[in-house]
Design a binder for this molecule. Structure first.
Ligand SMILES: Cc1ncc(COP(=O)(O)O)c(CNCCCC(=O)O)c1O
Length: 453
């Protein structure tokens, strides 16, 4: 069976879907289980599935599966569908574009929408200096290119990433990523000239101030690498896969100041934090940093694959003509989707909505923390919030508890994601289109799952 066989009776996605949690079968249901059997015979085993329900429609704050279940979405496809699944402006823009032309390769025959997206990124990203952008497909591809550009501009090779970092699954970005399982194990050797510095992790670094943590990182960099050899420093303002780690105040500005003073390109990886997710268009704005280069993806195009490097014109223009590109980078469907998504973020002030969602997340999860010592911390910004689960007697990470809670939430019809180097962080990434009643209902489900675990 293919999707075309079900297209006739497939519900229409978008915000018009009934905004309810509705379970008509166990999760996953029988139709999803059939598809999981087909998947096992057709798809490489390394391609996993957090919650193996097969989606037929999505919108607002729900996913609808092939069995007719409606699940509350706390994942947004890993922080992608900020504007909502099948957001109306995105659907209209892509529908029109797909009928006009689907692909020319921008570096063969260009088109307006790529330039329109670059102009929007240059306007929206932090920094009141001349900027340029280059568009790609995935976050990892954009990170790769940010490093390429920084190396070309500085003529230096070393790159520093941080403990608990995640930057992608390509060879270079695996080298920048910290966690071995499942991202790196067995896939080496990794690219040379990548170094790892200690992060500000307030819950686990003994309460260092931002300045103290930055001094520790800079000392390591200067002693083990040397600024004269260092092309770039790359960091997520709030670490995503590493556990939604919010650095202590002052950490990021101190790192940027050192980088700026030492001819090191400061790269902010905002693939997961970008596009209103944290309550401002970019998280950098909240931490007092203005990156030389900023990497964006995920929330940029409402679910279409698009990523970008945006930054200081003198840096971005350093590579030779033809040095940046790729077949699909900034393809027309993704570009018009991005323009529609950006219009939606701005017109509907979704950054403000993310802050409202954050208020509810912190209120409900804070009550959970106050009631249960296994919840060590509630942290994050806006609609990017997480709880870290520990053994209350030792403070050690409790990955088993985390897995139990997530599994119970899935069975109760809530799509919930975990993360963290130690596998002990539950993250909340609802679409910014989720209505309050569903957000609250989903949080109540999670609270029950924690209580019952
Ligand atoms: C900060 C940050 N930089 C880069 C990336 C990589 O973006 P791609 O679009 O997945 O390549 C991410 C992607 N994070 C989710 C990946 C999940 C998975 O692969 O199982 C990120 O969060």
């Amino acid at each position: 069976m293919s999707i075309l066989d079900t297209a006739i009776d497939t519900p229409v996605g978008g915000p018009s879907l009934p905004q309810e949690r509705r379970l008509v079968t166990p999760i996953p249901g029988p139709e999803s289980r059939k598809r999981a059997e087909r998947k096992a015979q057709a798809v490489a085993a390394g391609v996993g599935a957090t919650i193996p329900v097969y989606t037929v429609a999505a919108g607002g704050g729900v996913l609808v599966d092939v069995d007719g279940n409606s699940l509350i979405d706390f994942g947004s496809g890993i922080a992608v569908t900020g504007v909502g699944n099948s957001a109306p402006r995105v659907v209209d823009a892509v529908t029109a574009q797909v009928a006009a032309f689907t692909h020319t390769c921008f570096t063969v025959a260009p088109y307006d929408s790529y330039v329109d997206v670059a102009e929007a990124l240059n306007r929206l990203t932090p920094g009141d200096f001349a900027k340029r952008s280059a568009l790609f497909n995935s976050g990892a591809e954009a990170v790769e290119n940010a490093v390429k550009i920084a190396r070309h501009y500085t003529g230096k090779q070393a790159v520093v990433a941080f403990d608990h970092a995640y930057h992608g699954r390509t060879n270079l970005t695996m080298g920048l990523t910290a966690k071995n399982q499942p991202y790196k194990n067995g896939f080496g050797p990794f690219a040379p000239e990548i170094y790892r510095a200690p992060l500000s992790y307030p819950l686990r670094d003994g309460g260092l101030t931002g300045a103290e943590a930055a001094k520790r990182a800079i000392s390591m960099i200067e002693k083990q690498i040397g600024a004269a050899n260092l092309a770039a420093l790359i960091i997520e303002p709030i670490q995503g896969e590493g556990g939604f780690i919010v650095p202590a105040d002052g950490f990021l500005p101190a790192l940027q100041a050192w980088a700026n003073a030492n001819g090191v390109v400061f790269i902010a990886d905002e693939v997961q934090t970008g596009f209103a997710r944290t309550g401002t268009m970019f998280a950098s704005e909240q931490f007092g940093i203005v990156p030389d280069l900023i990497v964006t993806a995920k929330g940029i195009a409402g679910g279409l694959p698009l990523s970008a490097v945006t930054g200081r014109a003198e840096i971005m223009d350093a590579p030779q003509v033809g040095g940046l590109g790729g077949t699909y980078g900034g393809n027309p469907l993704a570009c018009v989707a991005a323009l529609a998504a950006i219009e939606t973020y701005e017109t509907e002030d979704l950054a403000a909505r993310a802050r409202q969602i954050g208020d509810i997340l912190f209120e409900k999860l804070g009550a959970l923390r106050d009631a249960d010592p296994r919840v060590a911390e509630v942290r994050g910004r806006g609609a990017m919030v997480a709880i870290e689960l520990v053994d209350p007697t030792t403070g050690e990470p409790d990955a088993a508890l985390t897995a139990k809670v997530a599994s119970a939430a899935h069975a109760a019809g809530v799509v919930l994601l975990t993360c963290g180097t130690y596998g002990n962080v539950i993250r909340f990434l609802p679409p910014l289109s989720i209505p309050d009643h569903l957000l609250i209902e989903g949080l109540d489900v999670v609270a029950e799952a924690v209580a019952g675990a």
